[in-house]
Design a protein around this ligand. Structure first.
Ligand SMILES: NC(=O)c1ccc[n+]([C@@H]2O[C@H](COP(=O)([O-])OP(=O)(O)OC[C@H]3O[C@@H](n4cnc5c(N)ncnc54)[C@H](O)[C@@H]3O)[C@@H](O)[C@H]2O)c1
Length: 258
């Protein structure tokens, strides 16, 4: 018998960027825990295909496409989730992009707009629409997908890291503002996790050798190892965890002390 501490029975969850990688793993874990799912991505075909796949696995799922770079599409996404499912208990702002590699000040306007729009602002826009609904229902959970790239200076991923550091601060701030309404807000900061997104790193043996030398577990993570924490944060077992930015990186950021 599964523990009630990890049950999402009767709850509705919206997970962005859920057609692959970490988001898809979160959708599966939430579904296994009994949640009704709304999954989203910018690609309508992917949304329908993955929603059908998840229905085939026995989950109650709607696939709702939305480009998170477009504020109107983000607001329409929130409305459609409420229209289709009638409530919202867990929001996971997981979708993220890193369109610019290189020194922070070399990023052009388009890269700034995409990075900040998709990674940071869309979480604010969705929160604007959905946190008041959670408050009316008596509470809920917001999980923001940050990154260890937001914890330290980074020569290749400065702009991305900036957006992720801001997400961790967004978690702290919204936690203070919405805690009294019984809404908990937390961020997760993964290290390297084996997905499409991480392929520029995982496909580069030189980079990986350096990275694994810094990681006590000497391996990259799996999407379900992030999803397990996302489940705890939305479930009754996480009911007293609030305003945190929790690292899931096999120990990469603790250093080796030498
Ligand atoms: N994989 C890693 O090593 C790693 C490490 C730290 C943080 N993260 C973060 O975890 C999250 C998920 O990463 P992943 O590795 O699963 O990535 P991924 O590239 O495999 O999946 C990203 C998802 O976001 C969606 N997406 C992309 N652009 C979008 C847009 N404009 N509108 C809506 N959806 C959009 C994609 O369709 C996809 O479903 C991201 O926020 C990423 O920054 C990943």
């Amino acid at each position: 018998m599964s523990s009630p501490l990890f049950s999402l029975e009767g709850r509705v969850a919206l997970i962005t960027g859920a057609t692959r990688g970490i988001g898809l793993a979160i959708a599966r874990e939430y579904g296994r825990a009994g949640a009704r799912l709304a999954i989203s991505s910018e690609n309508a075909d992917d949304c329908q295909r993955v929603a059908a796949e998840l229905r085939g696995e026995g989950f109650d799922v709607s696939g709702i496409p939305a480009d998170l770079a477009q504020p109107e599409e983000v607001r329409a996404l929130a409305r459609q989730v409420l229209d289709r499912h009638g409530r919202i208990d867990a929001l996971v702002c997981n979708a993220g992009v890193a369109p610019h590699f290189g020194p922070l000040l070399s990023a052009d306007d388009a890269a700034w707009r995409l990075t900040m729009g998709i990674n940071l602002e869309s979480a604010v826009w969705l929160s604007n629409e959905l946190l008041p609904v959670m408050a009316e229902q008596g509470g809920g959970s917001l999980v923001l997908m940050a990154s260890i790239a937001g914890l330290r200076g980074n020569k290749a991923l400065g702009l991305y890291g900036l957006s992720k550091a801001a997400l961790a601060q967004l978690a702290r701030n919204l936690a203070v503002e919405w805690g009294p309404a019984n809404i908990r807000v937390n961020a997760i900061s993964p290290g390297v996790i084996q997905t499409e997104f991480a392929r520029p790193l995982t496909d580069n043996p030189e980079v990986m050798q350096r990275r694994l030398a810094l990681t006590p577990l000497r391996r990259v993570g799996r999407p379900e190892e992030v999803a397990a924490l996302a489940l705890l944060l939305a479930a009754p077992g996480g009911a007293f965890i609030n305003g945190q930015n929790i690292i899931v990186d096999g120990g990469t950021t603790i250093g080796d002390g030498n």
